[in-house]
Structure formats: C-alpha cells, structure tokens
Design a protein around this ligand. Structure first.
Ligand code: HSE
Length: 429
C-alpha cells in the first residue's frame, strides 16, 4: 500500500531556511523511512530571488509570494522563518485560521505573542510548534511540555545566547577585551553584524519567557524580565572571578517563588564546579532544578543553520503525526495560571564588586560602615594591585536582598575616596 504524503511549505529562505531545505534534501529519505507516511516539501517562499535560487530546487517549488503557501489548500504545514513580529505574526495567524499547523523558530514573537497564537491554534484545532525558538538543536520545548509534565520545576538556569558565551569564553581563554572578543566572534560568524540583541541580553530574555511559561505553567510577560547585558564585564572581572573559583556567564534565570515568578537575565559568577561552567564557546545549556527529577542539564548547539533545522524538521514530523493520527490539539500546551511577579529588588543574591579606591587610612572603615548600615554582610575582601596611588579592591557579599545591596552601593559610591563606576556582578547561588 502506498504511503500517504503530508505536504509542508516554508516561508523565509534565509540562513535557517536554507538549512531546513538542505537538511530535508539530505535526510528526507531517512525521516520518511521511519514514518508510516511521507513528509514532502511542496514550496518555498522568499521575496529575494537570489535566496530562492541558492536553494537549488526545481522552479515550480519556488515563489516570491508567501500567500502561495499560507493560502494553498494543498499544503498542510507552514514553517515560518522570516523572524521579527510583522509580517510573521499575521502570516502565522492566517495559516492557523486556514487550518494549517505552523512551525516557527521566532523567539521574539513567541515571547511577546505566543499565547495569543497558541489560543488561535486551539480555536482552529491545529497546533503551533516552536522547538527551534530556544536552544537551536537542543530538545527543550518538548521535554518541558511532555517529559517533565509530572514534575514541579523550581528553577531554570540557561546559557541561551551563543554570542555572549563565545565572547566570555574567549575573553577568559585568550585574555581579550570584550570588544576584541566580539570582533573575533563576528569574524568567525558566531555573532551577527548587529549583535545588539545578544550583547544587551534581549535575545536571552525572549528565550527565558518561553522557557519559564512551560517550566512553571504560569504566565510570564517579556516586560517582567530584568535585563542586564554584558557590556559592563571586563577582562579583569573574568580574571579575578577565576582566582576566587568562578567563571562569568550571561545567565537567563527563572524562579518559581511563593510570591510569583522572578525572571532575570544578567552576567553572573558561576562556580567552576557547576555544570554550566563547562559550557564553552557558542554552545548553549539549560540547567533545570525540580522536585522529582532533581537536576537536569540540556546541552548543545543553540544556533546555526543545520542544528536549528533538526529542531524545525522534528516539529514538521510532529505536526504531520497529528494530521495522520487525526489528533486535533495533539500537543500538550500548559494551561498557564496567572501569577504575581517578583521584581529584581525583592530577590536575593550575593554580589561581586570591584572598584578603585584612594590608598589611604580610613577608606576601608567607611566602606565597612556603608555596608553595615544596610546590614550587608561581606564574605570576602581582597585588595588587589595598586595603580599609582589607587588600590583595586574586590569584595563579595553574603546573600542579601537586592534593594538593600543597591542602597549600600549608593552609599559606597558617595565616599569620595572611591572612584566612580564600580563593576557589580551577581553570583549564582
Ligand atoms: N543570536 C543567537 C545567539 C542565536 O547568539 O545565540 C539565535 O537565537
């Protein structure tokens, strides 16, 4: 008996789109060998003819009009890879309303409008798949939805941005400044020519919102995420962190606290013995703490055409299975509860602080008083090198509420012997 065919179309033939086509050409037979039906690429749309030609597909499969896919009654599944909010959101909505399953890698859109689109998918008894939106090839969305459905997750810690992980790795390994490490990442193709979203932490924040909702089953808003990028971190900080047993990573942290969700993205000192410390270069990892499974780490390439294409084609297969099995809403989507959110000021952390002080009597005493006034207890004080008549001081606090630390920090920076712009980095606890 001949196998049935489920047809899919692709909107957006950029780097990832081309990766999907290349992987399908290379491994389509392998995928279909394992299924009771075939998946088949029907059409690719892109406004750019050159991109279409680069796919090396027969002309009948190429179009410059996305409507040839979104409104095509022969196509069952639409892959959206144009990125950004519009027209991606409208295209996805139209495809869902047309009764098509949709696969997307669009993290900005899933973080900002994902719930509305998931609701729209339900109304139309189809599904929206987004495995590739976080962590590229790393299986993460499906494990959070399916494999861990019987568990209660308390904390998610992610290195979910490859650009910044590459930068920190090479600042540490090659003694580079942040700017030099970024240029190197761009030269080698690990960073975009405009890396603003990566360096400023926005990319990681989008991914955190998507993960947090699935991990905790609670509504999270992008605007609730405290975001601090990597620009303030220097080579000296990385070097001193290592001396005291830490490495520095940009972490996306989600916690399910009794008062609500605490969501933040910032550079953090990670103990060298923590599994996340061994995640180097452009690789990503997500560390999950939960009641039953205890600790899990998901690790792998978080970006790149081929790694991301594996996640996208696996979603196409999931969508095709729903169609073949006649399963409407065959994907578990968490029923999100409304919850409070915990602002950064109400969270607790230990802090690393590095600054220059005039090297004279009484400076440490005034420093100690500023911290004591706010009941900030110090765990470590190290006087580092002298630069002329200035001494460099590194200190680490015990765990303290962020707002108390910030009040103490304001007092510290008012001390005339202390030079402005100290480095302040939280520790992972
Ligand atoms: N620019 C991202 C990164 C990849 O550097 O990890 C896409 O999300």
């Amino acid at each position: 008996m001949s196998k049935k065919t489920v047809k899919f179309g692709l909107v957006g033939a950029g780097t990832i789109g081309k990766g999907v086509v290349d992987l399908y050409k290379r491994n389509g037979n392998l995928i279909n060998k394992n299924l009771d039906f075939n998946i088949s690429l029907e059409k690719v749309a892109d406004r750019d003819q050159e991109r279409l030609q680069a796919l090396d597909l027969e002309a009948a499969k190429l179009t410059t009009d996305a409507a040839d896919i979104i409104d095509n009654p022969d196509i069952d599944i639409v892959i959206e890879l144009i990125g950004g909010i519009e027209p991606a959101r409208s295209f996805i909505a139209r495809a869902l309303e047309n009764g098509k399953h949709v696969v997307t890698a669009n993290k900005d859109m899933m973080a900002r409008h994902g719930q509305d689109l998931i609701d729209l998918a339900r109304e139309n008894t189809v599904n929206l798949f987004y495995e590739a939106s976080v962590g590229g090839a790393i299986p993460l969305i499906r494990p959070l939805k399916h494999n861990l459905i019987a568990d209660r997750i308390s904390r998610v810690l992610g290195i979910v941005n490859g650009t910044t992980n590459y930068i920190f790795t090479h600042m540490a390994q090659d003694n580079l400044s942040l700017d030099k490490a970024l240029s190197e990442a761009q030269r080698l193709g690990f960073a975009e020519s405009d890396p603003t979203n990566d360096v400023e932490g926005l990319d990681a924040a989008y991914k955190l919102v998507i993960m947090a909702q699935l991990a905790f089953g609670k509504k999270a808003e992008f605007d609730q995420v405290y975001i601090e990028g990597i620009n303030g971190v220097t080579y000296e900080d990385i070097s001193y962190a290592r001396e005291i047993g830490y490495t520095i990573k940009l972490l996306a942290i989600g916690e399910d606290l009794p008062e609500g969700l605490a969501l933040r993205v910032h550079p953090a000192l990670v103990p060298l013995e923590h599994p996340l410390a061994s995640v180097l270069n452009e690789l990503n990892a997500v560390f999950i703490e939960s009641e039953a499974a205890k600790e899990l780490m998901f690790y792998g390439p978080g970006a790149g055409a081929m790694p991301t294409a594996t996640a996208i084609l696996s979603d196409v297969v999931e969508a095709a299975r729903c169609i073949q099995g006649n399963i409407s809403n065959g994907v578990v989507e968490k029923k999100l509860e409304e919850t409070g959110f915990v602002p950064i000021g109400a969270t607790e952390a230990r802090f690393y602080l590095r600054f220059l002080v005039e090297d004279r009597a009484g400076v440490f005493a005034s420093l100690a008083n500023a911290f004591a006034d706010e009941r900030v207890s110090l765990d470590m004080i190290i006087q580092k090198r002298s630069v002329g008549d200035l001494a460099e001081v590194v200190l680490v606090t015990h765990a303290v509420k962020e707002e108390a630390f910030q009040r103490a920090l304001s007092k510290v920076t008012e001390i005339s012997a202390i030079k402005p712009d100290p480095s302040v980095i939280r520790l992972l606890n």
